[in-house]
Design a protein around this ligand. Structure first.
Ligand SMILES: [Zn+2]
Length: 281
């Protein structure tokens, strides 16, 4: 696939928001480990995809252990642990689990990583509170409260540094992370937007979301979209291109234009929703 085609498909993908499973049939397909299993793969020197077909999990390797972004849920947690082992890593080496937000598909496996592998779970204060109240969409094993992070906080593990932003909207405590990935030693700035789905309502929340997207657009030099649902970043199409990559080809995940285009698309959709809500009142 050529970049132009990919770029267009990213724009199309951006229209599909990650609504929680609705019809029973679709729910079954999303929850079925057989249908959801994806062989794990390396994307950068220090970043691996270990998620399933509809929800991402990413493994970041450092010189002092591993960092896992999102913990999946239900039977998919077994797939996640298997994927980590299949890549030759030990789940016991996961020092931190960064939970992008407290919805079951991202937080569901967090408690297991705490109990079985001794990982420290990181979330914003707002989403710790969410995880301590009634579950939105679906129940999950509640993690014990570990570390809270907010805007401007950083976390160092060995020579790796994560920078955090609270980007509320999808939940009140969506956590986004900025970090560096390396392509044969060459650094690129990557961002994981912790909650892009517009499946919520209310003018205040929509305005919050718009502010968050604005904040993300303001981060200078973003080159890589580490999306927490693979469709949002066209993860599997890019992986296919990575497998076919020739020596002189650019890295298919390094695509600053599609990062900006995706955020602009989200902003446009959120603005239309906000306009509609305001004109209803
Ligand atoms: Zn969510």
């Amino acid at each position: 696939m050529k970049y132009k085609t990919l770029f267009r498909s990213v724009l199309l993908m951006g229209c599909l928001f990650h609504l929680p499973p609705g019809p029973a049939q679709e729910t079954d397909a999303l929850d079925d480990p057989e249908q959801q299993r994806v062989a794990p793969f390396q994307v950068f020197d220090n970043l691996y995809y270990v998620g399933v077909r509809w929800v991402s999990a990413w493994l970041l390797e450092t010189d002092q252990g591993l960092i896992l972004f999102d913990a999946l849920y239900g039977d998919h947690v077994n797939l996640l642990v298997d994927n980590i082992r299949e890549l030759g890593f030990a789940p016991d080496d996961i020092r931190y689990v960064v939970v992008s937000h407290a919805h079951f598909d991202h937080i569901g496996g967090a408690r297991r990583f705490q109990r079985e592998f001794g990982s420290v779970v990181l979330m914003t204060e707002a989403d710790w509170l969410l995880s301590e109240g009634p579950a939105e969409f679906r129940e999950y094993p509640r993690p014990m409260r570990h570390l809270s992070l907010g805007n401007g906080d950083t976390l160092n593990l060995g020579r790796t540094r994560l920078r955090f932003m609270q980007t509320p909207g999808h939940t009140l405590g969506v956590l986004s992370t900025i970090f560096t990935v390396y392509d044969s030693g060459y650094p690129h700035t990557a961002v994981l937007f912790g909650g892009a789905g517009l499946n919520f309502s209310g003018a205040d929340r929509l305005q919050m979301y718009l502010d968050s997207v604005g904040q993300l657009l303001g981060i200078p030099g973003v080159e890589v979209n580490v999306s927490n649902h693979p469709d949002s970043g066209d993860v599997f199409a890019r992986h296919e291109m990575l497998l076919d990559r020739q020596d002189d080809d650019p890295h298919p995940f390094v695509d600053p234009e599609s990062w900006t285009a995706w955020l602009e698309l989200l902003r446009g959709d959120a603005r239309s929703r906000l306009d509609a809500e305001l004109s209803d009142n």
